[in-house]
Design a binder for this molecule. Structure first.
Ligand SMILES: [Zn+2]
Length: 264
């Protein structure tokens, strides 16, 4: 199994999908508990919401194929906590979000950074440089989804659309404003820099001064799938997809980098 799938486009937009992978190597899976094998914390099918947009608009998509239970690509490789004071999701988790054990026995995590984490980040970095080579800047949209109710991670019901720009520092301010206005102007609840301000990918690559603009979108999964059995729901997705596409158009169209594209 390839570590990730890449569809390279020519637009300034790169969509990163680090948590939709469901593959677990057998030498890890054999120690998994029954609940771990159902992969409940996956950002199920989230890439399906963006593929049509990416194809129509020539965006790049990098999608991880391995489960977040193997290694979490949206955490730093030194495993520092992203949200100090809150329940920590480690680089190589040993529990579900609900606190159920992932392993029957103690598990061996050695080598996972080199094998599964580094290749994804090397590819993201390559794509950012490639797109910058074409346009002078790159926009990185880190696409996620989560169950609406996870008491160990946040109180109450999560808003439907959670945009994160690391409290305003990971992308151009006008870009964030345009994206948030479109999200608010929909039938879904929306928040900017609420519980999810952006994980490692948004924080690490977002560098407006260096012409890389990063945003995270954390979606409530129930708006496009059934939490029972984690099945994609075409009808619900058909409602959500146009809103996400308007958000992406707002991000890409309302931005003047002030950089003249290099002649191709
Ligand atoms: Zn995620």
């Amino acid at each position: 199994m390839d570590i990730y799938n890449l569809k390279a486009g020519t637009s300034p937009l790169i969509i990163s999908v680090p948590h939709a992978g469901t593959f677990v190597p057998e030498d890890i899976k054999k120690y998994f508990t029954a609940i771990a094998r159902t992969l409940p914390d996956t950002d199920w099918h989230v890439d399906q919401l963006y593929n049509d947009f990416a194809n129509a608009n020539n965006a790049t998509i990098v999608k991880a194929n391995y489960s977040r239970y193997v290694i979490d690509l949206n955490r730093p490789s030194n495993d520092e906590p992203l949200y100090p004071g809150q329940t920590k999701i480690p680089l190589c988790p040993e529990e579900t979000f609900d606190g159920q054990a992932l392993y029957e026995d103690t598990s061996d995590m050695t080598g996972r950074i080199e094998k599964y984490w580094q290749p994804y980040h090397d590819e993201l970095a390559r794509q950012i440089e490639r797109v910058k080579g074409i346009h002078g800047y790159a926009i990185l949209y880190d696409a996620h989804s989560i169950c609406q109710i996870v008491p160990r991670l946040f109180e109450g019901n999560l808003p439907d659309l959670n945009l994160g720009t690391v409290n305003g520092i990971s992308c151009d301010k006008g870009m964030a404003k345009a994206a948030f206005e479109v999200a608010q102007d929909s039938s879904y609840s929306a928040v900017l820099n609420g519980r999810f301000v952006g994980g490692y990918i948004t924080r690490h690559y977002g560098d407006p001064e260096g012409n890389v603009h990063a945003l995270q979108m954390e979606l409530v999964r129930g708006n496009y799938m059934n939490e029972d059995g984690f099945v994609y729901d075409e009808a619900r997705a058909a409602q959500l997809k146009p809103v996400l596409e308007r958000v992406l158009h707002a991000i890409t169209n309302n931005f003047d980098a002030g950089i003249k594209p290099k002649p191709v």
